[in-house]
Design a binder for this molecule. Structure first.
Ligand code: NAP
Length: 306
């Protein structure tokens, strides 16, 4: 039996692994079949403290993984496919059929950006198409950008980008925003932000490896038009990776893990860290901080259990 099994290998999971390993808990990390989390999809990371020069997302994750391994974390390159948190020890089944028993579990399976589902969006992802203004906005200084979406995330992205870009156009599929009143008002007041109502993005247009525009379709008239832009920020929500925990852990209406006390979930001994519970900050550095907290709390809880 393991003291701690950690599900996920983004900044939250790997930081939890570093702390749990250094607390002598010999953690096992189910790192997933696509390890490293969302940073594997980014290029240069300039906002993770400790790197005076930009570091590539995949390189940062490789460093974190090596660090966790060096201090004694063990890794299995499998997804968790089933969990049983109803009885102790907890049970986690990996994709290869192996079942791991654990005294404590740290859930750090993250979230993924909801995407429009266009092949052109995948083609230009990281090359003009982004899902994170805080991560990539800097590359669009003085350029034209489009933000897709009408919720709080879209408004926050638009407001952040308005400080950097030459112009920000928010493309929304209706003529009313879903965002909270305060963010709506801030966006309406910002002279850099323009709204394109009742339109959906039908295609992202590009030349070689850069984005040049979007093809929009009016949702009522079906009229199609092109809008030139240098970047597209898709901000139509995030989807937490929590399907596995349905019926086992309390989730909120949007599917995020609900924390009860510190980083503890609705099941005592199961902790959560990172984007799987946090839809507010969603930064590598905050996820790493949550991973640290979850590991410290798991260690204290295990000590109390004797
Ligand atoms: P959201 O509230 O679900 O909004 C998603 C937006 O994207 C909606 O405007 C939706 O349009 C649009 N959309 C969804 N699918 C689309 C598609 N396929 N094509 C075009 N448009 C699409 O998501 P969110 O903005 O990420 O917010 C998620 C949660 O986090 C919310 O509870 C939000 O309040 C919270 N949050 C809070 C803050 C804050 O308080 N500072 C910041 C960020 C997020 P419709 O409106 O037509 O459905």
């Amino acid at each position: 039996m393991r003291n701690v099994v950690i599900l996920g290998s983004g900044p939250a999971g790997l930081t939890a692994a570093i702390y749990a390993a250094r607390a002598n808990l010999h953690p096992l990390v189910l790192e997933g079949s696509q390890p490293g989390g969302q940073l594997m999809l980014t290029t240069e990371v300039e906002n993770f403290p400790g790197f005076a020069e930009p570091i590539l997302g995949p390189e940062l994750m490789q460093q974190m993984r090596r660090q966790a391994e060096r201090v004694g974390a063990e890794f299995v390159a499998e997804d968790a496919v089933a969990v049983d948190f109803r009885a102790r020890p907890f049970r986690v089944q990996a994709g290869n059929g192996e079942v791991y028993e654990a005294r404590a579990v740290i859930v750090a399976t993250g979230a993924r950006a909801r995407m429009l589902g266009l092949p052109s969006e995948q083609k230009y992802l990281g090359r003009g198409v982004s899902t994170c203004a805080t991560c990539d906005g800097f590359f669009f200084r003085g350029k034209r950008v489009v933000v897709v979406g009408g919720g709080d995330t879209a408004m926050e992205e638009a407001l952040y980008l308005a400080n950097l870009a030459e112009s920000v156009r928010v493309v929304h599929r209706r003529d009313q925003l879903r965002a909270s009143r305060i963010l709506q008002e801030r966006a309406f007041r910002n002279s850099k932000i323009e709204f394109v109502w009742n339109h959906v993005v039908e295609e992202i247009l590009g030349e070689d490896s850069r984005v040049t525009g979007v093809r929009l379709r009016h949702t009522h008239t079906e009229e199609v038009r092109e809008l030139p832009t240098d970047g597209v920020f898709v901000a139509i929500g995030h989807v937490p990776n929590t399907d596995l925990f349905r019926g086992q852990l309390e989730l909120d209406a949007a599917g995020y893990v609900v924390l009860k006390r510190g980083m503890m979930t609705s099941v005592e001994g199961v902790f959560a860290a990172g984007d799987v519970h946090d839809h507010t900050y969603r930064q590598a550095v905050t996820a790493a901080g949550y991973g640290c907290q979850a590991a410290i709390e798991a260690e204290r809880w295990l000590t109390q259990q004797g």
